[in-house]
Design a protein around this ligand. Structure first.
Ligand code: HDD
Length: 680
């Protein structure tokens, strides 16, 4: 991390600084501060004798090591995080009294952890899965956590089913397979027997579940929350994060190959972008519904399997979050951070969404076993930046030294302090929603339409996105062994789209569905990734260069870099190469260490003196990139090679003699991200 970014007036950063330590250049000591003279050999009785119990340094070192691991998160175990800040564009004080959403002059420190859901802590990152998008705002009124996903709806409507969902999704218990994948019998058996999952399954089978980067995916608070203003007036709200670079995905074959070539693909991308100063940015958007409009929709706004189509309820962009600092220590920060949808500030409140209500219990509960006790709020990453005082005491690993004899409320010995704060002065008061009814355990009638929005999602997809959905269902159900489960899923998704269900029924040799297609014709163009922002910025191009390099290539790379594109050279060996104009190029990767799947585009330059093997390797990169619909560039020798291989002339394949034309056409092709109109 660059020191420039440290202590830049960011109150969380300043607080963390007290806990940072640098062991470099220091004397090795025990945890008691005793200087250690020997750290390589344990204390033994004679040169070849047994180790002695009295070797306290050995014992302390070994004991600490034996206890280094903590339980991984029950879900979202594989994650990566970064620090940043949130700025507000316009005051929302008409809607909420939350200070960080009212005061445009404030920058609120944030910590964001992205994650996959199903995989264990060491699993690959480009698996098909929802991604967690959890943001902790360190506000002056306490921590506010927006614990969301990159998919705006959820599999189930009631939290009581969460353990069942997760048991079905996780590796099967008898053989612990498959890791980090939904392509197995128990998951699909759950889906078919819990049909409220239909909408989220559509998202999970779509390109949204294989994002190109954490920097290029949306975030959603999912539930309906409440904003409450200073007058006590409430509005329903849904939260969105919109990535400034647009929403982009991988293709499935590529995602699977990356899992082997670089299981850390997403964290590496986030880490390197921040180190390079290409700070990931997301705009905060709000969809707001007046309380009196609660029942004006053809779905229940409390149902977490429903989204609010953006064309019906526009997303109001209100601020921007920038991630500008990597962590110093992944365990201390990313692993120990504890999020909770119940961490709110005055002006933000809950709705009666039964999924949200259940989450409000689960998150603290899980930290008790994961972080070992009730004092996890004292860990540096979890501490609010504002003061906190109460009568809670003791427990495992208590850090705070509470002075004084009083630890109860009410009291006279400490003048009844710590004292409560009236609402008008910032005390949190729950929204006084009128509630009455019988105690019942059932699904509301208004929660029973499981398919209309799943069809809305299908209708909103472009042709390539529809094809990807058909392929994903065919892949996942192709891995399911139970014929009965396969057929149940076909029959279930016939309610969403006959075209979709018929396509994967054919692929898995199930009985094609019969009956009427869905009557839903509505579309929401905002759901298609073909309508997202296109930009070449921060895209990574693998440049295949040979032993001799024309000076013009160095100029082209420079020009691409001015367009925000990162070019990294690949050749048969590492080292520096000098172009014929004297410019020096660093070969960062070889054909062995790199792969086309790790780049957004491939640019083949080649070299006249290079042998047949070199050309074969270069074309292997280009051909694989071609099948993943990636932009391909060719100049110099590469231009001829792409022509010979019949790649030139296809959409997104740019060859050029002239530097200017090549740079601008190739940059445009890179901005498009994937060229779906290519015939494979
Ligand atoms: Fe959850 C972690 C997001 C439903 C119970 N959840 C967790 C994380 C995210 C979400 C992003 C990782 C936080 C981190 O990075 O530390 N969860 C969601 C979303 C949901 C959702 C968007 C639906 C809208 N979750 C949900 C339900 C329950 C849980 C219904 C239980 C009733 N979630 C948990 C948990 C976790 C968790 C077991 C595991 C680790 C943790 O909380 O801290 O409590």
């Amino acid at each position: 991390m660059s020191d420039l970014n440290k202590l830049n007036g960011n109150s969380k950063d300043e607080q963390l600084e007290q806990y940072r330590t640098d062991d470099k250049g220091k004397k090795l000591t025990t945890n008691q501060g005793l200087k250690v003279a020997e750290d390589e050999f344990s204390l033994k009785a004679g040169e070849r004798g047994p180790t002695l119990m009295e070797d306290f340094h050995f014992r302390e070192k070994m004991t600490h090591f034996d206890h280094e691991r903590i339980p991984e998160r029950i879900v979202h175990a594989r994650g990566f995080a970064a620090h940043g800040e949130f700025e507000l564009y316009e005051s929302l004080s008409d809607y909420t009294k939350a200070d960080f959403l009212g005061n445009t002059s404030k920058k609120t420190p944030v910590f964001v952890r992205f994650s996959t859901v199903a995989g264990s802590r060491g699993s690959a990152e480009t698996v098909r899965d929802a991604r967690g998008f959890a943001t902790k705002f360190y506000t002056d009124e306490g921590n506010y956590d927006l614990v969301g996903n990159n998919i705006p709806v959820f599999f189930i409507q009631d939290a009581i089913k969460f353990p069942d969902l997760v048991h079905a999704l996780k590796p099967e218990p008898h053989n612990e397979m498959p890791q980090a994948a939904s392509a197995h019998d128990t998951f699909w058996d759950f889906v078919a027997n819990n049909q409220e999952s239909a909408h989220m399954v559509m998202w999970a089978m779509s390109d949204r579940a294989i994002p190109r980067s954490f920097r290029m995916m949306e975030g959603f608070g999912v539930h309906t929350f409440r904003l409450v203003n200073a007058e006590g007036k409430a509005h329903f709200v849904k939260f969105h994060w919109k990535p400034v670079l647009g929403t982009h995905s991988l293709v499935w074959d590529e995602a699977q190959k990356i899992s082997g070539k670089d299981p850390d693909f997403h964290r590496r991308d986030l880490w390197e972008s921040i180190e390079n100063g290409d700070y990931p940015e997301y705009e905060l958007g709000l969809q707001i519904i007046a309380e009196e409009d609660e029942f004006n929709f053809d779905f229940d706004i409390l149902d977490p399997t429903k989204l609010w189509p953006e064309e019906d309820v526009p997303v109001k962009i209100v601020g921007k979050m920038t991630l500008n600092r990597n962590v110093d220590n992944v365990f201390a920060e990313t692993e120990q951070v504890a999020f909770h949808p119940g961490h709110v500030v005055p002006g933000i409140d809950f709705s009666n969404d039964p999924l949200l209500q259940g989450r409000l219990f689960s998150y603290t509960d899980t930290q008790l076993s994961r972080l070992g006790g009730p004092n996890f709020h004292e860990l540096p990453i979890n501490r609010p930046v504002c003061p906190f005082h109460n009568n809670q005491r003791d427990g495992i690993s208590r850090h705070t030294i509470n002075k004084g004899q009083v630890s109860y409320h009410k009291n006279s010995l400490a003048a009844n302090t710590p004292s409560t704060t009236p609402e008008a002065e910032g005390g949190y008061v729950h929204y006084q929603e009128k509630v009455e009814g019988r105690k019942i355990q059932s699904r509301s009638e208004s929660f029973k339409d499981h398919f209309s929005q799943a069809t809305l999602f299908w209708n909103s997809m472009s042709d390539p996105e529809k094809q990807h959905l058909k392929n994903a269902f065919s892949f996942e159900l192709g891995k399911v062994k139970s014929k009965s489960v396969q057929q149940q899923v076909v029959d279930m998704f016939a309610h969403v789209s006959l075209e979709l269900a018929t396509a994967f029924a054919e692929a898995i040799d199930a009985v094609p569905p019969k009956g009427e297609d869905s009557a839903v014709t509505k579309k929401s163009p905002a759901l298609s990734q073909l309508n997202t922002t296109q930009s070449p910025k921060t895209r990574k191009v693998g440049v295949i260069v040979g032993s001799t390099i024309s000076g013009e290539v160095a100029e082209i790379l420079q020009a691409l870099s001015s367009n925000g594109i990162q070019a990294e050279c690949i050749s048969d060996k590492l080292g520096k190469r000098t172009a014929d104009n004297g410019a020096e190029l660093e070969i960062m990767h070889t054909f062995l260490t790199a792969s086309s799947v790790l780049f957004d585009a491939i640019y083949v330059v080649g070299g006249s003196g290079d042998n047949a093997m070199f050309k074969k390797e270069a074309l292997h990169f280009a051909n694989e990139a071609f099948t993943h619909y990636k932009p391909i560039g060719g100049t110099h020798e590469g231009l001829h090679w792409l022509k010979e291989a019949e790649l030139a002339g296809n959409p997104g394949v740019v060859i050029g003699e002239g530097k200017e034309d090549f740079v601008s056409s190739f940059s445009d092709a890179i901005a498009v991200h994937r060229h779906w109109d290519r015939q494979l």
